[in-house]
Design a protein around this ligand. Sequence first.
Ligand SMILES: [Zn+2]
Ligand SMILES: [Zn+2]
Length: 306
Amino acid sequence: MKFELTILGNTSPFPSKGRLPTSQILNINERLYLIDCGEGTQIRMNELGIKRMKIDHIFISHLHGDHYYGLFGLLGSYRVSRRTQPLHIHCPEGLKELIEFEAKISYAGEFMFPLHFHTTNAKKAEKILDNKDLEVSTIPLRHGEIPTTGFLFREKTGERKMIKSKIKEYNIPFQKIPAIKKGGFFKLPNGKVIKNTELTLAPPPAKTYAFCSDTAYFTGLIPFIKNVDLLYHEATFNAEDGVDAGKKGHSSTLEAAKIAKKGKVKKLIIGHFSTRYRDLEALADESRTIFENTEVAEEKKTFVIA
Ligand SMILES: [Zn+2]
Ligand SMILES: [Zn+2]
């Protein structure tokens, strides 16, 4: 199943030359999930040919403007282009009122499509989405006073794979195969039972992506991101400037790397870089001194989880 992350924006706290605030698109089996929606999200999607109508779920980590100012424009586009399919926004308390207020003062009237707000709880991890392709849970983060969550995306693994040669060997009727793929056994005409493990192979392991938006370094995060295929962790500051990043509710390059190492993740991507930094590879190099498989969450780049 396709599981690809495209970075739309990686800067903070405002757009800078050629760079945009936080926004990402996760493509799972050709369904698009928008994660944060900083200013310029639509413009970047247009540049990359990403179709906004393919988004049915939007996840907003917290209500600092660099993570949701793009939402007003996106919702306006849906309105003008006469979207009809439902849209779900998973977000902290308060955003619903803000969107409704904007609709009121602009005399835009009701949205013509069902718009569902799902309030996240920054105090504890909760499952917030469960569909045929994936499960999404929140990750409580520490970002000063403001309620902030990350999101953990876990692919549904699907059914076991039938070993084709066994169908012929045991003369298994076609109509028995769906039950065997779900874990069932097969009984031969002589009564002998063939165990499922002889007939099928386990599905590939579930692919996972953890998005940790703005947060101070804290080891309580580790159980939530343990062993994920891909971890995005903010690294607002370099090592030198980030000595006291936690006091500002943020992390340094070294702190992001420490979380990745302790969580035994497969790959770390860092982002949410302060506009003061132009050499982003130098930031990744700092992280690599602790966690080698680090990459910059480079804008317009797609990370494929195979
Ligand atoms: Zn923030
Ligand atoms: Zn931010």
